[in-house]
Structures are given as structure tokens and as C-alpha cells.
Design a protein around this ligand. Sequence first.
Ligand code: HEC
Ligand code: HEC
Length: 398
Amino acid sequence: MRLLFLFALLPFFLQAAEDVQALQRSHIQAQRAKVLAMQALGEKLFHDPALSGSGALACASCHQQSLGFSSPLALMPGGKKLLQKGNRAVPGLTYLQSVPAFTEHFFENDGDDSIDNGATGGLTWDGRVDRVQQQVQIPLFAGNEMASSPAIIAAAIDKAPYRAQFEALFGKALQQSPDKILAGVANSLAAYLHSPVFYPYSSKFDAVMAGKASFTAQEARGLAAFNDPAKGNCASCHFSSPDASGAPARFTDFGMIALGLPRNMAISENVDKTHFDLGLCGPLRTDLKDQARYCGLFRAPSLRNVALRTHFFHNGVITSLHDAIAFYATRDTDPGRWYPKGPDGKVQKFNDLPQEYWGNINRDPPFGGKPGDAPAFSEQDIEDIEAFLGTLSDGYQP
Ligand code: HEC
Ligand code: HEC
């Protein structure tokens, strides 16, 4: 009897379940529409110079899509009058969505999870912020970048052609505090930076992995040299295979490493012989400034879209991809090629890091050897690796 009663109710239960599902679907659709609207607004903000103190500098001035969202010059001019030069190379912005939050002890999810990979992750070259919402506020307010203020931004939104779009998402702009407006701006920019424009996976490499294209003989040799522990050994840091979840290769392990790069004398601060950009231990990053073991370390970037860049490494001292690869081959076997000579005629190796921190510099392969030794890989390997890295640029047309 009781069973019969339950059966009689079944259609009502089913109807109720369907109603809940329909409600969930419409909720998801509404959420999705909101994210798309924020991304569309974020794209406009990204291109709007009115958000800057000079009125002339947008995010897109330094982060140009055709260059993998990097810039034509290593050290971009910024500030209220665009007279101050940047002190770090402008990084590309593609594939940042997989950068993990900064941690001093990183354990792999896949592979051997008992190995501490050390300091890893975070945004900017030194990993000093974790979320894009915080990151976007660095260039907005940095005196040598957009040199803006919450008041300038609020005034810009008030006059913007996309003001109605902003208000549809966040309410009447005029009635809000500049801080609330700033939060809407930061969240929309972050939504845009997480949109598929920034992770299209449309490179030749991706097409080859999907079985839809094949490498030339030179590209295939380049990938082999890139992976080979006895040659480039590049893949030991710039991972070239999918991770355990099957996600496409990221070409970075997000690790913090000191490469001992040459000093870039084009950075204004470097006129002062006692000034050093020490990465994790400061001066831009402040929370680890007493930890000598972190001095000179910077985050390994993804090499996706690296061939679109015009300058390389955190200080932009190297200005061709060929040289960036050659640096790994010959830093130790031909240091005179990379570092200047001092008054005593001696090559000033590692001249961008005080000697007390030289112990932090990475010496694993492909580094190693001494002046005059054969480099870990040849000029032909360098050209092959360069050809392979070219397959990592998005927008491949078969
Ligand atoms: C004047 C040139 C300039 C402008 C304008 C600029 N950036 Fe950048 N951007 C840089 C530089 C230089 C860095 C590296 C900073 C560092 O390591 O301290 C950077 C880093 C970043 C990063 C972190 C990338 C990574 O690999 O971790 C993001 C995200 C970013 N910028 C987004 C933006 C957004 C959004 C705007 C506009 C609000 C913007 N940038 C405006 C020069 C600029
Ligand atoms: C021990 C880890 C490690 C190995 C091995 C390694 N890299 Fe890197 N790579 C890094 C780090 C860390 C950076 C950023 C360092 C900095 O800017 O101070 C970097 C930066 C780069 C850049 C500059 C990217 C940009 O956006 O400016 C290129 C190009 C590059 N690596 C290519 C290679 C190639 C090619 C190999 C093999 C020959 C290689 N790397 C081997 C850690 C590594």
C-alpha cells in the first residue's frame, strides 16, 4: 500500500527534479553570460589608455597580441610623462592560467610527489603576487608604468564609451567609491586574461600532437635536442609533455632558478653599481628579502609563443631567440661572449649578481664545463631548437 502511494508520487518527484535542473541550467547560463560580459569589458579596459596617469599608455601598449602579448621594446617607457623606462622585460601573457600560487615548497601532483621542487609559481618574474586581480594593480599604479590612481580610473570609467557596459555589470559607476570601481576594473581585466584568447592552443606543435600536422626534419631534430639530457636538457625545466591530467605541454615547471644572466646596462637603476635586481629576495619583492638562498632567482616562463618575443629573460638583456638558446650552450665554455671585461682584462662573469650569491646559480646541464671546453650542444643544435621553438607560436595555418 505504502509502495503504491510512493509510485503515485513518482511523477511529482521527477517533475521537481527536472525543475531543479532547469533552474540550475538557467543559473549556469546566467553565470556564463556574466563571465562573457566581463571578458568583453575587460578587453576594452585592456586597450584603454585613459586608465593611465599619462592618458597615453594602455595595458595593450606593453602587451601586444601579435607579440604573444609582449612588447616591441624590452624596457617600455611609462610614468606620468612616459619618460621613465621599465626596469624589467615585459613578459608575454599567454598560458598564465596554469601558473600555480607561489610556494617555497612545490610537490608535483604527477610523477614523484615526495620530491620538494623548491620555490615555484606566482605571477611576475619573481612570483610576488598570486592572483591576476592583484597583478593588474601593479602596472596600473607603478610610477614607471601606468602611474594611475583609483580617482583617475573612476574618472576614466565615467567618461568611457563602455560606461553602460560597466554599469550593467557593477551598478551605477558615479554612485560608487573609486575602490569599488577599481575592483570591477581588476575583476574584468582578470576575466579577460583568463579568456581563450590567452590560451588558444593553436600552434603547429598542438596540431602535430593532435596528429593533424607533422614537424619538418629540422623541427623534429630540435625537439629531440630540446629534450635530450645530454644536449639542451631544456625539458628538465621547460616541460615538453602533457602533465598527468593530460593537459597539453606547458613548457615550464614554474620553478624559481638563478641563471646568472649578464647585467643589462640599459636599465636606468643599473648605473648605480650597488643596485641589483635580486628577484625573489628583492628589492621589488619584499617578503623574502632576508633569505640569501633566494637571491638571483626568477620564475621560468612558458616557452609557448617565445618566438614572437623581441627580448628575453627578466632583464631583457638578450635580444634574439638564437642568442637566448646559445647562452645556455656557452655561458660556461665561452663566457667572454656574454659578459664584459673588467679594467684588469678579466671577463666579469655573473656581473648581475653579487659574488656572495653565486652559489645560487644553476650549474646543471646544459651548463657546466670551463672556458675552451666543447659546449653541451652545437651551433646546429641551436638552430634546430630555434626551429622547434617556432612551432610553439599560436595561430598556425597548415
Ligand atoms: C609599461 C609597460 C606595462 C604596462 C602598461 C603593463 N604591463 Fe604588465 N607587465 C609589464 C612588466 C615589465 C611586467 C613584469 C613585472 C615584474 O616582473 O615585476 C609585467 C607583468 C604582467 C603580468 C604577469 C605576467 C607573468 O608572467 O607573471 C600580467 C598578468 C600583466 N603584466 C598584465 C598587465 C595588465 C592587465 C596591464 C594593464 C592594467 C598591464 N600589464 C600593463 C609591463 C607592463
Ligand atoms: C634549470 C632550469 C632551466 C633549464 C634547464 C632551461 N631553462 Fe630556460 N629558463 C629558465 C628560467 C628560470 C628562465 C627565466 C630566468 C630569468 O629570466 O632570470 C628561463 C628563460 C628562458 C627563455 C626566455 C623566455 C622569455 O620569455 O624571456 C628562453 C628562450 C629559454 N629559457 C629557453 C631555454 C632553452 C632553449 C633551454 C635548453 C637549452 C632552457 N631554456 C633550459 C629555466 C631553465
